[in-house]
Design a protein around this ligand. Sequence first.
Ligand code: FES
Length: 216
Amino acid sequence: MIDSTTKAQLQEIADRYPVARSGLLPMLHLLQSVEGHVSTDGIDACAEVLGISTAEVTAVATFYTMYHNEPQGEHHIGVCINPGCAILGGDDVYAAVCARLGIGHDEVTADGKFSLERIECQAACTHAPVMTVNWEFMDRVSPEQAVGVIDALAAGEQVESTRGPKVTSWRDTARVLAGFDDGKAADGVAADELMLAGLKRAKELGMKAPTTKGGE
Ligand code: FES
């Protein structure tokens, strides 16, 4: 059952856009922040607010891997398994995390504390191998460090991303993704030397992005 507050916030998101259905992606994130997943009630509520069919909402909710139709853990752990991370130890990190949690891809621990996902490239290859906790980065993580992060979260300790921000919960992150500011956007590093190395080199070489057809 979607409560009246959530329905009002779904409407608030839809109202941000000239075409209301453009708000569907953040609306789905809002549902995840409230329910821990996208339920059929949530799909019905989105369809009602947007004036589209439940089949259209379901098509979107089941296409993108960031949306889940089953309840996720309080902390959502992602380990990148794409080649850039895998060859630098990502596969070992994933194996260690699976062993620590006793679950595999797209599964949730029995106590509901953790869910695990093999994730695709997070555009963080400069800091490979990476693990994410509620989408906060743990850069250049070793298997031991990854297990240490999970141990600390399991013990209720405060954990910080290697980029600075404090880790809260997967639901909190989903609310931010829905566009509700938590006031922490400026926490941590925005872009470090490694991330900007390509841009710096391109400038040294006088490279420019190609112009579009209209020359703009
Ligand atoms: S390959 Fe893992 S972040 Fe790009």
